[in-house]
Design a protein around this ligand. Structure first.
Ligand SMILES: [Zn+2]
Ligand SMILES: [Zn+2]
Length: 432
């Protein structure tokens, strides 16, 4: 028979990794909550048009990487390649601008892009993203940076650098765009040496040339004009104030004028959190300001700033560092015979409803094998029920940590556990 496997670039997340993922989510959610964010569950599928409008037709994401298909009624649908467009759509659709401020939302979930899979890059990948709407002030950008920094500190993420830039606005960016085109077209040889993608970018969206990872393109853009030389006074003042706030909270940043982000909607601040530990995929979080997107989508004029964190990359960085615990059963029933199984099933239901993690052994297995399994699962207590115990209306109560064993009347079991429960049902696991 054919052996099925996951699609290329798509992963199953199993034990023990999934425990690390759960931990990352738990810690991140707690920090987001402290900054006033609430979760907004956005759908995985949207109309293709939403992403074309939001991300930009010429972007790599829309032109090459989206999973797009027609539904049964012939409508063009896409799997979401990112979260911001959906979140903004939702904000407008539900009139959230009429609800009390602050408008701070986050999302967690899979995104889909048809890219060449490599280390740290997948076709289905998970993001934790957040958007702060309705605040045009530079302090909002700094608050976002501070929040990501707080998340990374809470996770004990090692050696992360934040790189910042300004991408200008609709007034000043066209000037820079022209300067950039002028630079690359000043000599025909220069234009010709650009990679094929960049030749197209130069016409459709020249800023993207700064994103190109092809070595010859990196070489060619040496000496290219920098956006910082072209931004208008308003953008410059915003940028200075933003960086001032970062200084205020001792966040060390690196200015990188090549961060333009791959999406059309960014204005003013853009940033990336990078690490040297992941090879070519350096960014663990990225984002920026997008003051026009809400209005472009037909909503009220609403400035906004947001970001997304890549969960796979975080998990990779944290494999050895984050203490993660697997839950072990507090009680394991070893059962001999059908009647014992019936009784264990009844008791375990009662214990589980009382919040106790309980497992039942397989009555078809020997007692020895069931005890072995209890041991492997690191159960704290084993309750053995056999024919003799049923007749006596009692159980054998084994403490696997203190190595004691006693016969306990049925109604005494819960009392037995209560005294010894403590916070045992956790066991540290190793990720090697
Ligand atoms: Zn400007
Ligand atoms: Zn290129």
């Amino acid at each position: 028979m054919k052996a099925y496997s996951t699609l290329k670039g798509v992963l199953d997340i199993l034990q023990p990794e999934i425990l690390l993922w759960n931990k990352i989510e738990e810690i991140t959610r707690a920090v987001l909550q402290n900054f006033g964010y609430t979760e907004l569950r956005i759908p995985i599928i949207e109309s293709t048009e939403l992403f074309i409008r939001g991300i930009g037709e010429t972007s790599d994401i829309v032109s090459k990487e989206m999973y797009t298909f027609n539904d049964r009624a012939g409508r063009s649908i896409s799997l979401r390649p990112e979260g911001t467009a959906s979140l903004v759509r939702s904000y407008i659709e539900h009139g959230l601008n009429n609800t009390p401020q602050p408008w701070k939302y986050y999302y967690i979930g899979p995104m889909f892009r048809y890219e060449r899979p490599q280390k740290g890059r997948f076709r289905q990948f998970y993001q934790i993203g957040a958007e702060f709407l309705g605040n045009a002030a530079p302090v909002a950008d700094a608050e976002i940076i501070s929040m990501i920094d707080t998340i990374f500190k809470a996770l004990h993420l090692p050696d992360v650098t934040v790189e910042v830039n300004t991408t200008g606005c609709r007034l000043c960016r066209p000037l820079y765009r022209d300067a950039l085109v002028g630079f690359f077209t000043s000599e025909a040889s220069k234009t010709n040496m650009l990679c094929d993608d960049c030749k197209v970018r130069l016409v459709k969206n020249p800023l993207r040339v700064l994103d190109c990872k092809v070595p010859t393109c990196i070489e060619l853009r040496k000496g290219a004009p920098l956006i910082t030389e072209y931004v208008c006074d308003e953008c410059r003042e915003h940028d200075e104030a933003f960086k001032g706030f970062l200084n205020e909270i001792d966040i060390k940043y690196v200015e990188n004028p090549e961060i333009v982000r791959g999406l059309d909607y960014y204005t003013k601040t853009a940033f990336e959190f990078t690490t040297e530990h992941l090879g070519a995929q350096k960014a663990v979080a990225a984002g920026g300001r997008y003051d026009n997107l809400v209005a472009d989508f037909g909503g009220p004029k609403t400035p906004a700033v947001g970001f997304a964190i890549g969960v796979e990359r975080l998990a990779e960085l944290l494999r050895q560092r984050l203490d993660v615990y697997v839950c072990a059963p507090l009680i394991f029933f070893a059962v001999l015979g059908k009647e014992a199984q019936r009784m264990a099933f009844k008791l375990s239901t009662r214990y589980r409803q009382a919040g106790v993690y309980t497992e039942i052994g397989n009555a078809l297995h020997t007692l020895k094998n069931q005890l072995k399994r209890a041991d492997k699962m690191a159960a704290r207590f084993v309750i053995i029920i056999g024919e003799e115990e049923i007749n006596k209306n009692a159980v054998i109560f084994k403490d696997l940590v203190n190595h004691t064993q006693e016969e306990v009347p049925l109604e005494g079991v819960l009392g037995c556990i209560k005294g010894k429960q403590a916070a045992y049902n956790k066991q540290k696991i190793n990720f090697s």
